[in-house]
Design a binder for this molecule. Structure first.
Ligand SMILES: [Zn+2]
Length: 680
């Protein structure tokens, strides 16, 4: 899951909650193109983002519980209320035990029962903490690591991540996978950056770790020393971790080896115990994404005392469970991860957090009710129709590419034709019958849900790939491309007004949702996606000359974006955002081509004072209306492979001759790049 080569449309990091309502057929849908959201005092050729979105930004200040606020997050947030109403009615339905309605209703009711949660304090963690305390040798750490997923600690947060994945080089098979992890800060780079703000952040992190351990009862001076220990161990693990840019190359993440080889490379961690404890005593081989990380882990296991490891594990136990404990834990967690790291002012209300949790843990149970209520078969048909039009545009685009030879074109077309289109929701719903949800047992529900998910992932090992599976829940306002499955996925949540509306003229619909579809499709052919073939295998299908041509064109884009400033003196890391930037440009070019052919027999007239071409681009620009807090901008600069909204707009249109023509921009205007980039 962590590793899967899927590329999201929006930052997953900050869109904590990805929930929305869908197609309602009420009269008052927000239009796809909203003239009152523009700022016509700015020239479209000077700053197209400000021109399209100036009015929206003035009208929509960032709410205190949000890190950023844009068209997508507003859609999520406004409509979270829809999921709330589904959950509330499920909670009061008195459904039969085991029913999907019982599960989502009791899960939500337990999460909302603040009184019970408050009274329990840190008690739900007792078992996990005792297990850690009882460790008598470092050799037993593997047992605790294996059991942490079952004890209320996210299996992704302590020591490393273990799951299953499609074999990069045999896309029909699922294998086991061990990946780097074990950090409390959001990225390895946070442990090393040496500017003043980064040093402040590390101080704040130490302070946070100390406070959390104090909440477990440790004395302040003891907890302060323990925080230093945590920092010491995590810094060493971070040193062994790959950077985000390194992780963009799938070849850097594929190291299939036998279980014996892994044991030889990191003998201080008892892998045999670990595999037995997670239910795979005879595991023979696996993918180790970052061998250097497991060497670093091994060195640390040798070097640090058992008491230090107990401290590290205690920290991760409380860190991984904080959100489900009493308010002292929730508030301290928010202080660091919400306020310090993202600039949020207020904790979101409890119902929002519980709705997000229900979406995370029971997404396809809640999603069933959501789709039944808000996503019509017609909406699905309309979306599919647009997807097919964009795919047809890509076919003619590839055929007419001036820089690619016929051989590579044939492979590219084969890959394009093999792309599976997944719209709205899964063909078959996930079976939650083995997951027990008990009213009044908040932590128990969360732990069982995590255990269920962990087991579900591991159960795939050694089995053929299920191509119907989704990596996102139906109400999610986001989309993704999966390079290993070669499919594009558009949850019901993103196919909604104001992003898409059957009541709108075609131009803004194509500029907005058409651009998103084109974006996902282009991911199959960006710097990362192009390394997978039609079947989703990591295999080079490019002639060396064509690969070189691609790289030259991609470099044009990374050079362009690397010059844009995010905040302070922090520039975009154009190598980190390359795939997204290539997809944004390719996506809008494809959407424009598809819109042209969609309307070729129609006589198009201006509407609301804008030509059809202008409406196409304003529709695109308005999909990115939004504002982000400075703290969140700094965070995103390191962790987010997407460029800021302003550049997802201006960076794209300034490369497109069709934009220049639509707005009659003069040579030398800021929105007309002298040496425009184009890949696809
Ligand atoms: Zn993307």
């Amino acid at each position: 899951m962590h590793i899967r080569k899927i590329t999201l449309f929006l930052s997953a990091f900050l869109l904590a909650s990805l929930v929305v309502m869908a197609q309602t057929h009420t009269a008052k849908q927000p239009p796809v193109l909203d003239v009152s959201s523009m700022d016509k005092s700015v020239g479209p050729c000077v700053d197209f983002f400000a021109y399209s979105c100036g009015g929206w930004i003035k009208k929509n200040p960032i709410p205190p519980d949000q890190a950023s606020w844009g068209v997508y997050s507003k859609l999520q947030d406004d409509n979270k209320a829809e999921l709330r109403s589904i959950l509330e009615s499920a909670a009061s339905a008195g459904a039969r035990r085991g029913d999907v309605t019982q599960k989502i209703g009791d899960y939500y009711a337990s999460c909302m029962d603040e009184k019970v949660i408050q009274a329990a304090g840190a008690k739900p963690l007792t078992e996990a903490l005792e297990r850690i305390e009882k460790l008598s040798s470092k050799g037993d750490i593997a047992d605790v690591a294996a059991s942490m997923g079952y004890l209320g600690v996210s299996y992704q947060s302590a020591l490393f991540n273990f799951s299953s994945d499609q074999d990069f080089k045999d896309s029909t098979q699922v294998i086991a996978e061990a990946d780097q992890g074990g950090l409390g800060l959001p990225d390895r780079d946070f442990y090393f950056k040496d500017d003043a703000k980064s040093r402040d952040l590390r101080r704040a992190y130490l302070d946070h770790v100390q406070k959390m351990l104090q909440l477990l009862g440790d004395k302040p001076d003891v907890a302060a020393a323990e925080a230093q220990t945590v920092m010491q161990i995590e810094t060493e693990l971070a040193k062994g971790s790959l950077t985000r840019v390194e992780r963009r190359d799938p070849n850097n993440l594929y190291h299939k080896m036998t279980a014996q080889q892994l044991e030889q490379e990191s003998p201080s961690f008892h892998w045999a115990h670990y595999f037995t404890r997670v239910g795979f005593p005879s595991l023979t081989s696996l993918n180790v994404t970052a061998p250097a990380f497991f060497k670093a882990l091994n060195t640390e296991l040798e070097k640090e005392d058992l008491s230090h490891w107990k401290t590290y594990l205690r920290w991760h136990a409380v860190h991984g469970s904080a959100l489900y404990l009493s308010s002292a834990f929730v508030n301290e967690d928010f202080n660091f991860y919400g306020k310090t790291l993202q600039g949020r002012e207020q904790l979101p209300p409890r119902w929002k957090r519980c709705t997000e949790d229900a979406d995370n843990d029971l997404g396809e149970a809640l999603g069933q009710a959501y789709v039944a209520k808000y996503f019509s078969p017609q909406a699905k048909q309309e979306a599919l129709k647009m997807v097919k039009e964009i795919e047809a545009a890509m076919e003619s685009d590839i055929n007419s590419l001036p820089w690619m030879t016929l051989t590579t074109k044939q492979h590219a077309l084969e890959k394009l034709r093999a792309v599976a289109n997944k719209i709205g929701y899964p063909e078959q719903w996930r079976d939650y019958s083995k997951l027990e949800i008990v009213r009044g047992d908040e932590m128990g529900n969360v732990v069982r849900a995590r255990q269920f998910e962990f087991s579900r992932q591991l159960a795939k090992i050694g089995k053929p790939v299920d191509r119907n599976e989704w990596q996102m829940t139906p109400p999610t306002v986001n989309a993704y491309y999966d390079g290993q499955k070669n499919d594009i996925n558009f949850p019901a949540g993103i196919l909604q007004p104001p992003l898409f509306s059957p009541e709108s003229d075609a131009a803004p619909n194509f500029g907005n949702t058409g651009g998103t579809i084109g974006h996902e499709l282009t991911h199959g052919f960006d710097d990362e996606g192009r390394q997978f073939d039609a079947q989703g295998n990591l295999r080079d299908w490019w002639t060396p000359e064509d690969a070189k041509e691609f790289q030259t064109r991609a470099a044009c884009i990374s050079d362009q974006y690397s010059q844009y400033t995010i905040v302070d003196d922090i520039k975009i890391n154009g190598k980190l955002t390359l795939g997204e930037d290539v997809a944004d440009l390719g996506g809008l070019i494809l959407a424009y081509m598809a819109w042209r052919s969609h309307t070729q027999t129609q006589k198009l007239e201006p509407i609301e004072g804008f030509t059809p071409e202008q409406r196409f681009f304003i529709g695109y620009g308005q999909s990115w209306c939004g504002n982000t807090r400075d703290e969140a901008k700094r965070l995103r600069a390191t962790v987010d492979p997407h460029s800021p909204d302003k550049y997802r707009t201006n960076g794209v249109v300034s490369n497109m001759p069709a934009f220049r023509e639509a707005f009659h921009c003069k040579t030398g205007s800021p929105m007309v790049r002298e040496n425009a980039c184009r890949v696809w």
